[in-house]
Design a protein around this ligand. Structure first.
Ligand SMILES: O=c1ccn([C@@H]2O[C@H](COP(=O)(O)O)[C@@H](O)[C@H]2O)c(=O)[nH]1
Length: 277
């Protein structure tokens, strides 16, 4: 799926929502533990309840790796379920990988071939040769960390460089020349909406993956006001605020209500910017 296809999906769904599938055994409803694979049953219920409202799902691999082999199996089943039933939905591996070339090739093979993801988040810190192996998969997306949503972004990303620009802006500027808008997106945290305007000066056309709406306090309207472009250019992620909106037998319906609330607001934003027919 290229950028234009993604925009088509956004227009069709009237949504630029990405739901984060950060399944945590300590948080999922207790009644699910009667199943062999409670994490998969949890994900499946969330997906069944929200698939018409989203353009992307983003499992954070940490949640699955932390459960060992059974977590990996739950992730594989989740990916297979989405691919079989909702192939138009982008699957983003939030993995934040980055390593020397031969290792990067294995990471790329893992996320794209083994797990079948459409996109992966990568740390650009080790430079172009750590990212290039991922670009060899021409129909897949790389999502480079730009400015993250956590307070620690101030340690390095927001530090000023000799050019007068923060370090993350140099990363985005340089990284944006590594591939075009059909293969490359950037992470920009919703907790720093003022940065989105500056980012758009440097990369007007790239899609931004924007985590931090919901549990981290980011505001959708502020994100859109500063970051939207003529193809929407935004995938806004929310994880805990949606998947843990409820904690009983009705958790999936609660998740749908929470996702629907965001999707309604997204539709209004798309209409306001004349991006829907
Ligand atoms: O800058 C970043 C990059 C990634 N994340 C990840 O997104 C989700 C956010 O979850 P919430 O529950 O909606 O806070 C999670 O997987 C993070 O690891 C981020 O938050 N910020």
């Amino acid at each position: 799926m290229n950028a234009e296809d993604l925009f088509d999906q956004i227009r069709k769904k009237q949504s630029f929502l990405c739901v984060g599938l950060d399944a945590d055994e300590d948080k999922i409803p207790s009644h699910l533990f009667k199943y062999d694979d409670p994490v998969f049953e949890f994900n499946k219920a969330i997906i069944d309840a929200t698939h018409d409202l989203v353009v992307a799902y983003k499992p954070n691999l940490a949640f699955y790796e932390a459960m060992g082999t059974k977590g990996i199996i739950s992730l594989e089943k989740t990916n297979a379920y989405i691919q079989e039933n909702f192939p138009e939905i982008i699957m983003i591996a939030d993995a934040k990988r980055g390593d020397i070339g031969n290792t990067a090739r294995m990471y790329a093979r893992s996320v794209f071939e083994q797990f079948g993801f459409d996109a992966v988040t990568l740390s650009p810190y080790m430079g172009k040769d750590s990212i290039d192996p991922f670009f060899e998969y021409k129909d897949k997306w790389v999502v480079l960390l730009g400015v993250t949503s956590n307070s620690g972004a101030e340690d390095f990303q927001l530090a000023n460089t000799d050019t007068g620009r923060p370090f993350f802006m140099e990363v985005i500027d340089k990284g944006s020349k590594w591939a075009d808008e059909n293969q490359l997106m950037f992470v920009a945290g919703a907790t720093r909406p003022e940065m989105l305007k500056e980012i758009r000066q440097v990369i007007p056309n790239h899609f931004l993956l924007v985590p931090g709406v919901g549990a981290q306090g980011g505001n959708l309207e502020d994100v859109a006001a500063n970051g939207i472009n003529s193809q929407c250019g935004l995938l806004v992620n929310s994880s805990r605020a949606i998947i843990y909106a409820g904690n009983n037998e009705h958790f999936a319906q609660e998740a749908r209500i929470s996702a629907h609330d965001l999707q309604d607001k997204m539709k209004a934003i798309l209409l306001e910017h004349n991006l829907l027919d």
